[in-house]
Design a protein around this ligand. Structure first.
Ligand SMILES: [Zn+2]
Length: 328
């Protein structure tokens, strides 16, 4: 399977193997995972096109491009998934579970942008694993290089693998500060320092800017997207606000109301990552912070003449996450 991922990277001329190539490799492979992905409408050509449209092609001719840090993390998570299920090797199923568990790579963004319900995909993959039949084993990857003491600034293994503020993977940063409850990367520390310098005496709470990838369609897009995100997921939004910020709200309203009752009281929604896929689509990583914890979620937002709206697929995923079924 990893050979197929390598081939996909080569076809696209990319000088690295990212999560997107891993996903393509899984679709490419003629096996049980490919049929699970196929049942969600994922075909090789459409997936390739989507990846190409998102990050473009390169001119790299290297025959064995390296794994990105995120892929290493996915491999580590795949091993954990396998071990957690009592399996002694990593099958393509475990790789897909690892991809979904890692949750923030380009592969997941592609899946979200294609309207795929990640929770249901995970469930189907687990079901597939439970079926009898030989698993196509691939080499189990040891988690070498991932762990305490291998990075500057880490005095113990952080409890999270990404910055609590911006979601930057700890592999992407030279220095980070960690405690049992949080990880802060050097970029956020710099931003925080600036924000503190600029803050007035009466201002107590300072927010760090979200990370933006891709090209916003215009200069107000980021701001209007941020407003749509906090309106869609805000506990205090009224009917009119929700109709404006959620796709198909008329139809989904009764289910959304049930789901929203589970949103923690006193939660604050912070947009911590945005990727503009094209002029009309953006994936977001949202952190809901509430007393005692935080909750991370990915969603696809769609732009129309009326502004940004959370896609019906993402809305259904949130509703489904609370165990509430919606008519499809
Ligand atoms: Zn950070």
């Amino acid at each position: 399977m990893l050979v197929l991922a390598q081939e996909e990277a080569r076809i696209l001329g990319h000088g690295f193997i990212g999560t997107e190539h891993l996903l393509l490799g899984l679709v490419h492979e003629n096996g049980p995972v490919a049929s699970v992905l196929g049942s969600f409408g994922l075909e090789l050509e459409t997936t390739r096109t989507r990846v190409r449209d998102t990050i473009g092609t390169g001119e790299n001719a290297e025959t064995s491009p390296p794994f990105t840090p995120r892929v290493k993390r996915v491999l580590e998570l795949s091993l954990r998934e396998a071990l957690g299920l009592g399996h002694q090797h990593i099958a393509p199923e475990h790789l897909l579970l690892g991809l979904l568990r890692e949750g923030s790579g380009l592969a997941v963004q592609v899946l979200i942008s294609l309207g795929i319900d990640l929770g249901r995909l995970r469930q189907q993959t687990l079901t597939q694993l439970g079926r009898p039949g030989p698993l196509a084993a691939v080499q189990a990857m040891p988690s070498a290089g991932v762990g305490p003491g291998t990075m500057h600034g880490a005095r113990w293994s952080p409890t999270q693998s990404s910055c609590s503020f911006c979601g930057r993977d700890t592999w992407e940063t030279d220095h980070f500060v960690s405690s049992p409850n949080a990880v802060i990367c050097s970029a956020c520390l710099d931003q925080a320092h600036e924000a503190l310098q600029a803050a007035t005496k009466t201002e107590r709470e300072l927010f760090l800017a979200s990370r933006v990838f891709g090209v916003p369609p215009d200069e107000t897009s980021l701001e209007s997207l941020a407003v749509a995100v906090s309106t869609a997921l805000g506990r205090d939004s009224n009917q009119e606000d929700l109709t404006r910020s959620i796709e198909d709200f008329d139809e989904l309203q009764p289910f959304w109301v049930l789901a929203a009752e589970h949103f923690p009281v006193g939660s604050k929604v912070v947009l911590d990552r945005v990727r503009f896929l094209d002029d009309y689509h953006a994936t977001v990583q949202v952190r809901a912070i509430y007393p005692g914890g935080s909750w991370l979620h990915h969603a696809l937002f769609v732009r129309s003449d009326h502004g940004w709206r959370m896609s019906a697929a993402s809305v259904r995923e949130i509703i489904g996450g609370f165990g509430i079924a919606t008519p499809s």
